[in-house]
Every structure is written in C-alpha cells, then in structure tokens.
Design a protein around this ligand. Structure first.
Ligand code: MG
Length: 294
C-alpha cells in the first residue's frame, strides 16, 4: 500500500493512494479519530488488514486535486541521515573541499551518521525556502528514506528488514557553506523546508527488491543523479544494525540512506540552486517530488 498525508478542504488526513488510477482514498473513518500516519505506523498490526480490505470503499478524491504533504509531517525526532554512502559521491565530496577539514577521498570505514531537525520536513511539492542571508550555497541530495516499523535496540543485520515498515523519498537539501563552516553538519542540513519528503510512503511489501530501486534527480529538467540502491557502501541492514547498536529505534523513525554522485558541489564550478530553480527527485515505485526554490 501507498500511504499519504493529504488535505482536501478539511484538516490533514491519512489516505491510501493509487497513483495508476490517479486516486486517493480517505481512510480516516477506518482509523482512530485524529490519527496521523505516524500513529498508524506505530499500531500497524491493528490497522493493516482493515486498510487492505476496506480502503477502496472509502471516499475518494482525484490525486491531482488534493494537497499532498510529507507522509510523516512531524516525525517524533530528528531524521537519521547517512553521509558519504555512495562511492562516487565520496569522491566528488572529497574533491570539492566541502568536507572540511577532511579532503580525503577514502571510503568511510564506518557509516557517517548525522541528523536533520524535524522542523526541516517539507511537502513533496512545496516550495523550498532559499534562506537568503543565511546561506548562498544551496544543494540537493536525492535519497531513499527507510521508515522503521517495529522498534528495537541491538537489531542484527539478519533481522533488520523485519523492522522496516516501508520507504519514501527524502531530499536531504543542504546549505553547503553552513555544512563546511560549522563542521558538525546539523545546522547546514536542518534549515526549515530543507527536507522534502514523499509523495507517499510505500509499505515494505510493495518493494520486491529495495536494492534494485533507482534514485534519480533533475534540476530544471537537467539530469543530475542516477544510481541504484545496491550501490550503497553500507546497506540498509548495516545501517539499522549500526544505529540500533546503542540507540533504541522507534516506530516511525526515518533513516535517509545517503545520496549518489551528481550533487551541485560535484561540478566544477559548483552548481548551486537559486530562486526559481525546480528540483525533482524520483525513486522507482516511490513517485516523484517536484519542489521550487522560492
Ligand atoms: Mg545526505
């Protein structure tokens, strides 16, 4: 199933999307009053069968007539992110000098994990604030987002996929000047609106082989990134095992798994995004985002 958070006149609600039919079913009546997608993920086993069986009998809207928000508009805590997790991106990042003071193009020995503030979350078709005066080096990072279902600590590689609820697209928008200046990446990664998410969250059973998904991006229609998830240096089980070794993962936690080569600082001179630019990110089976810098 493809779950969305949307508005169609009234307040935010949870829907089941059928993009092929260009339809979204409002499943509010099947859920506790006021439940958001995060609540649904937390209590998934109470709702899954009902949603599968009953969603097509619920009120429907044309997908292009509703406003789609981030599937999880307000995560419970910061989004776990992984840096330098595609080989060619490690090389371009090292060459760029933005990983100050480390100019190394060596592959990381261990996953590089940082986070993005929850307040950076943005809709899949919403504007991205350029934060003029705060940053002048705005970059994009197309990424596969893993959504945790069953929480846990000390999750083994072997059990990792049993803890995955589903997947979505995350654009890890980055203020490169802030990333470089502050050394720790939190500020450069967390400006408001700098985490477009969605358009939908697909349950894990929708994705036969997550490593086969292709992660792609375009700026103003010009192809920038394209790589399969199988190119990850540290794969999804490794990331879940690493993070959960001493941190309890919780239902609804998000892990942005890293970005392929082709970001703005990969070019010489760098190609930063400016007001009016349109950034699109697509992943096989997970839809396509389209955000304007405005
Ligand atoms: Mg990233």
């Amino acid at each position: 199933m493809k779950l969305v958070t949307f508005t169609a006149g009234a307040g935010q609600r949870v829907g089941v999307a059928d993009p092929d039919a260009c339809m979204v079913f409002d499943v509010s009546a099947l859920l506790p009053t006021g439940a958001g997608l995060l609540d649904v993920i937390e209590t998934w086993h109470d709702h899954r069968a009902t949603l599968v069986r009953e969603h097509t009998r619920q009120p429907r809207h044309a997908l292009d007539e509703v406003a789609l928000h981030a599937p999880i508009p307000t995560p419970r805590r910061d989004i776990f992110c992984v840096g330098k997790n595609y080989r060619d991106h490690v090389l371009e990042f090292g060459r760029s000098g933005y990983d100050q003071p480390d100019r190394s193009q060596d592959m990381p020995e261990f996953p590089v994990v940082f986070s993005k503030a929850t307040t950076s979350v943005n809709g899949p078709f919403a504007d991205i604030d350029p934060h003029t005066g705060v940053t002048s080096e705005l970059d994009y990072e197309a990424e596969l987002g893993v959504i945790i279902g069953r929480g846990g600590r000390g999750i083994s590689r072997e059990d990792a996929f049993e803890h995955v609820w589903g997947y979505t697209i995350v654009n890890d928008v980055t203020a490169r000047d802030l990333q470089r200046k502050h050394k720790q990446w939190l500020i450069g990664k967390s400006l408001d609106t700098h985490c477009p998410m969605g358009p939908w969250a697909a349950t894990a059973d929708e994705i036969a082989d997550v490593t086969a998904l292709q992660v792609q991006s375009w700026v103003n229609g010009e192809a920038r990134q394209s790589a399969p998830v199988k190119d990850l240096i540290f794969d999804i089980p490794e990331l879940i095992a690493t993070i959960s070794a001493g941190i309890t993962l919780q239902p609804g936690d998000l892990i942005a798994t890293g970005t392929p080569a082709g970001v703005g600082i990969g070019f010489d001179p760098p190609k930063f995004m400016v007001t009016g630019d349109v950034i699109e990110v697509e992943i096989t089976g997970l839809g396509r985002q389209r955000n304007t810098i405005a």
